[in-house]
Ligand binder design. Structure first.
Ligand code: ZN
Length: 165
């Protein structure tokens, strides 16, 4: 096996552009600032990771990722209406605002977007902002190196000469 092939436990550098169905660019990693990730550890969404396996440095690939392999289908049941007085009266609530809510019983936190608000009711959408979206990646493989034993153990890439966590 060549050492420059995208495979399990290799640290991969990619440039990419991520577009939605309507062509909007929502994320990218340009040539001077590639994304580094540890292949085979779920650092990037599964539908993209699996398509990069076997590519070599310099290869380009366009990858279409369906919602189920990205951020899930949009679930209308994850839109909830809550009474306005569940929130502090002096808290500014506005449409499109992102909130982080904590479930006191489980201590889990949930991200939600306010999709509507009036004096009585706040409508919260708990779907991921990219739920239901098909993702279109244009990827170039710019670097491949074997991961260190420590990186494999941790399941993520370490920056050179520093390990602060
Ligand atoms: Zn680490």
């Amino acid at each position: 096996m060549s050492e420059k092939v995208v495979a399990q436990d290799m640290v991969i550098g990619i440039n990419y552009v991520l577009r939605l169905d309507d062509g909007t660019i929502i994320d990218q990693a340009a040539a001077d600032d590639p994304l580094l990730y540890l292949h085979g550890h779920g650092n990037i969404i599964s539908g993209l990771e699996s398509e990069l396996t076997g590519l070599q440095v310099g290869d380009r690939k366009s990858v279409t990722v369906e919602p189920t392999d990205a951020y899930g289908e949009y679930n209308p049941d994850d839109v909830e209406q809550h009474p306005r007085d569940m929130f502090p009266a002096d808290m500014d609530l506005a449409e499109d605002m992102a909130l982080e809510l904590r479930d006191p019983e489980t201590d889990n936190t949930y991200e939600a977007i306010i999709t509507a608000v009036n004096d009585k009711v706040v409508t919260l959408d708990f779907n991921h902002p990219l739920a239901g979206e098909t993702l279109y990646f244009d990827v170039i493989i710019v670097s491949v190196r074997p991961a260190s034993a420590e990186e494999i153990e941790h399941g993520h890439v370490h920056a050179e000469h520093s390990h602060a966590h």
